[in-house]
Design a protein around this ligand. Structure first.
Ligand code: G16
Ligand code: MG
Length: 212
């Protein structure tokens, strides 16, 4: 019996990818190259340092560990400035309604985000109190596609994985949900999200009664 839904943040609840893109693009340009939107797709759901490594590889640049730390911190400062203006209007359609419907049915909600900025973003969106538990990148050793983040979400809710459903827009995130042993709802293109048990366009299409 399903007791909880564990949500990814970027691409499911809100679109932070556009802000990450601006900040990563600035970093790439500082180093003398460009990234485009197609390349940005590869960074979705991928943690900060892994994203930086992919970008450096893309630009054919190699940096020392200290230089990487410095660039990642600078990118994050720029990103934090960009998300400071976020508010409830940045919620994706149906996100608040889905969270409220789950609570109204007496079920639980969790967040499993690769972003260390996740709690601040939830606060900006005005939905912190709609999550029973939050697992972000600060609390996991192995990021997505490793199942750790979704396993931890279920454990923090005191539930077994078969009582939880994971919701993700990125292939790496869906891998994480499936390897955790959960049912997976994909958000996006069914041709891309082949790991998902079911795919919807967005949370505006989320219908709780289909899953409980
Ligand atoms: C998000 C984004 C990724 C980003 C990662 C780390 O993951 O999709 O592009 O690199 O967080 O973010 P930060 O630099 O803020 O720690 P998710 O899991 O919310 O989709
Ligand atoms: Mg995502």
């Amino acid at each position: 019996m399903i007791q909880a839904f564990i949500f990814d943040l970027d691409g499911v609840i809100t679109d932070t990818a556009k802000f990450h893109f601006i900040a990563w693009q600035k970093l790439a340009q500082r180093l003398g190259f460009d990234i485009d939107h197609e390349f940005n797709e590869k960074l979705k759901g991928v943690g900060r340092m892994d994203s930086l490594n992919l970008i450096l590889q893309h630009g054919g640049i190699s940096l020392t560990e200290a230089e990487k730390e410095n660039e990642a911190a600078r990118k994050n400062d720029e990103y934090v400035e960009l998300i400071a203006d976020m508010n409830a209007s940045d919620l994706l359609p149906g996100a608040r309604e889905a969270l409220e419907a789950i609570h109204a049915a007496g079920l639980k909600t969790g967040l499993a985000s690769a972003s260390k900025n996740a709690p601040a973003i939830l606060a900006r969106l005005g939905i912190s109190d709609l999550f029973d538990t939050v697992v972000d990148a600060r609390f996991v050793i192995n990021g997505k596609p490793d199942p750790e983040i979704f396993l931890k979400g279920a454990a923090q809710l005191n539930l077994s994985v078969t009582e939880c459903i994971g919701i993700e827009d990125a292939v790496a995130g869906l891998q994480s949900i499936k390897d955790a042993g959960m049912y997976a709802i994909g958000i996006g293109d069914p041709a891309v999200l082949t790991l998902a048990d079911t795919v919807i366009d967005g949370l505006h299409q989320f219908d709780l009664k289909h899953y409980i």
